[in-house]
Design a protein around this ligand. Structure first.
Ligand SMILES: NC(=O)c1ccc[n+]([C@@H]2O[C@H](COP(=O)([O-])OP(=O)(O)OC[C@H]3O[C@@H](n4cnc5c(N)ncnc54)[C@H](OP(=O)(O)O)[C@@H]3O)[C@@H](O)[C@H]2O)c1
Length: 284
């Protein structure tokens, strides 16, 4: 690393290139996961787009390859260990290694949401379990399955980035199950960071990104009215975001690439907010 300071022309490439690395992005077919998959490919990684919907996954793959990148679609449900193992084996067969895992599959489940006309006391346990299963177990299982390939190498190496949320650290009304699951992801990120580094060495790192509010398929109808203007909830969020706007998916990329690259080789177990200041603003 010290040599780097004598090579100013190479510093960005050395610190942030993901060339020759293989990255698996769960939920890579979604709005944020898709942007992350495209960004990792532009940084040089070969990218596996993992999701359940073949057409959506293949659309992201086509986009990456049209831009000169290398990508493949793999279908699996993140809450099904055997499907993930088949996915891992097909990636290893194709590219021989797995260096990066982005756990971006996730989201809210409407039945686990306490709307104005619902009450907390009647929320079905099954709905709460379903949203925890998708977000928390859907982060745990890929970390086990793809993480195993990272530690099985001659020299264990790999990097996991989980996707948290503002709801992990600030109370966001309605989304009780989603919030519990995302808070647990923060804890799991720290726990796994310690476990992997202590057992397998400093080549293994686990960090997380906590996006603020971005317009996605799942939240569009909550944040915007049909005419594109802000809903009441959308307006409240903007009022509590010092930047005064929603984020753009591309704004996640510099942090993501940094967390996956050698530039962050001594950074482990952190959760980085990318939120236009939402998480630090008291509202006053
Ligand atoms: N948008 C925001 O403002 C925001 C803010 C904070 C955090 N986040 C988090 O960021 C992540 C991505 O959100 P997004 O807005 O990009 O959502 P999105 O567009 O709905 O994408 C979610 C992706 O997850 C995949 N997925 C869902 N269930 C899955 C399962 N069981 N197995 C495999 N893949 C599954 C979906 O693909 P298939 O349909 O193909 O399975 C979809 O591509 C989520 O974890 C979300 O909680 C989003």
């Amino acid at each position: 690393m010290t040599d780097l300071l004598n090579k100013p022309d190479l510093i960005l490439h050395k610190l942030f290139s993901l060339k020759d690395q293989v990255a698996v992005v769960t939920g890579g077919s979604g709005v944020l996961g898709g942007a992350m998959a495209r960004g990792l490919a532009l940084a040089g990684a070969r990218v596996v787009v993992l999701g359940r919907n073949e057409a959506r996954a293949k659309a992201v793959v086509s986009d990456i390859t049209a831009n000169g990148g290398e990508s493949m679609a793999v279908l699996a449900d993140v809450s099904d260990r055997s499907q993930l193992e088949i996915a891992r084996d097909s990636v290893l067969k194709h590219w021989g290694q797995i260096d990066i895992l982005i756990n971006a599959a996730g989201g809210n489940i409407p039945a686990a949401t306490i709307t104005a006309d619902a009450n907390f006391f009647d929320m079905p346990h099954a709905a709460f379990a379903q949203v925890v299963d998708l977000n928390l177990v859907g982060t745990l299982l890929p970390s086990q399955v793809f993480g195993q390939a990272m530690v099985a190498r001659n020299q264990p190496r790999g990097c996991i980035v989980n996707i948290s949320s503002m709801s992990a650290i600030r109370v966001i009304s309605r989304v009780v199950g989603y919030s519990a699951a995302k808070a647990a992801i923060d804890n799991f990120t720290r726990w796994l960071a310690v476990e992997l580094a202590q057992k397998y060495g400093d080549g293994l790192r686990v960090n997380a990104i906590a996006p603020g509010f971005f317009i996605g398929e799942q939240n569009r109808d909550l944040l915007l009215n049909p005419d594109g203007s802000l809903s009441d909830r959308g307006q409240k969020i903007i009022d509590h975001t010092p930047a005064g706007r929603f984020g753009e998916p591309e704004e996640l990329l510099s942090t993501l690439i940094w967390l996956c690259s050698s530039g962050s080789s001594f950074i482990n177990g952190v959760v980085v907010p990318i939120d236009g200041g939402f998480s630090i603003y008291s509202g006053v």
